[in-house]
Write a protein that binds this ligand. Structure first.
Ligand SMILES: O=P(O)(O)OC[C@H]1O[C@H](O[C@H]2O[C@H](CO)[C@@H](O)[C@H](O)[C@H]2O)[C@H](O)[C@@H](O)[C@@H]1O
Length: 249
């Protein structure tokens, strides 16, 4: 059930990417954002007076490519990177000097595991087992071994993935940071996401009396739920439509 929101101009909108803006695909590089979804994001940005940001686990460069020609305020790698509305880049966390060695060790570990995908990111690496779900325990063990001697690294579980990342800001921190700046400042946050790394974002949004929306069925701190991405997109389209109608009056 999603709430009635008539006046999106009071709100700041934060959207997760994979599973929320874009459908989950079998491989990270297979993801595409529908042209209709890009048009929807453009309409929402206008409706929200530019207070729309994407908050994702992906690298900012990948998010920009997926959302092209839009170039939105964005946070990447679950909060390690952020580009504010003025285009300034912010980074958090210390880059692990040993990360390349850690990634090579992971690649060597999975060389015989066809279908397991190692996705390199800035300050992080994701070990995907969506194509080999029976290898979950093995991938978890590989990820945990990779961080054992590196207190500056952490393992973030996600949807059929274990991510190894430099410790640093999370999705809650970047939502807080956006809300201190124009055009987000003074607005009530709405945040929609589908994965466990979105939960810290829901916590921040709930504490500010905002609208937290879980996409999907699993346990969550979010106050509202959309059954799937399509229900969320219909709700977002209605927000944009109402704002457009208001403007035309
Ligand atoms: O925070 P998000 O925008 O949701 O990004 C989280 C991770 O999403 C991607 O992996 C997930 O989506 C893939 C494509 O649909 C899917 O194959 C995989 O199983 C999912 O875990 C992305 O590849 C990661 O880098 C993001 O951190």
């Amino acid at each position: 059930m999603l709430p009635k929101v008539d006046d999106i101009g009071r709100f700041a909108l934060f959207l997760d990417l994979d599973g929320t803006v874009a459908e989950i695909a079998e491989r990270p590089e297979a993801v595409r954002v529908e042209a209709s979804t890009i048009a929807l994001l453009g309409a929402l940005r206008r409706a929200a007076g530019d207070a729309l940001a994407v908050v994702s686990g992906r690298d900012i460069a990948v998010i920009d490519a997926l959302l092209s020609p839009l170039r939105l305020p964005v946070a990447g790698v679950h909060g390690l990177q952020r580009r504010d509305a003025a285009g300034r880049l912010h980074r958090s966390g210390d880059v692990c000097a040993d990360l390349e060695r850690v990634i090579r060790a992971i690649e060597a570990d999975v060389v015989g595991d066809a279908g397991v995908i190692v996705e390199r990111k800035t300050g992080a690496v994701a070990l995907h087992y969506r194509l080999r779900p029976e290898l979950e325990a093995r991938c978890r063990a590989i990820a945990e071994r990779a961080v054992r001697d590196h207190p500056e690294l952490e393992v973030l579980p996600g949807k059929k993935v274990f991510e190894i990342r430099s410790q640093g800001g999370d999705k809650g921190d970047v939502i807080e940071a956006f809300l201190k700046e124009e055009p987000f400042r003074g607005r009530v946050p709405i945040f929609a996401g589908d994965d466990v790394t979105d939960e810290v974002g829901f916590g921040v949004v709930n504490a500010r009396g905002g609208v937290s929306i879980k996409v999907g069925r699993s346990a969550t701190l979010a106050h509202y739920r959309a059954a799937d991405l399509h229900e969320l997109h219909r709700w977002l389209a209605e927000l944009a439509r109402v704002a457009e109608a208001e403007r035309a009056r």
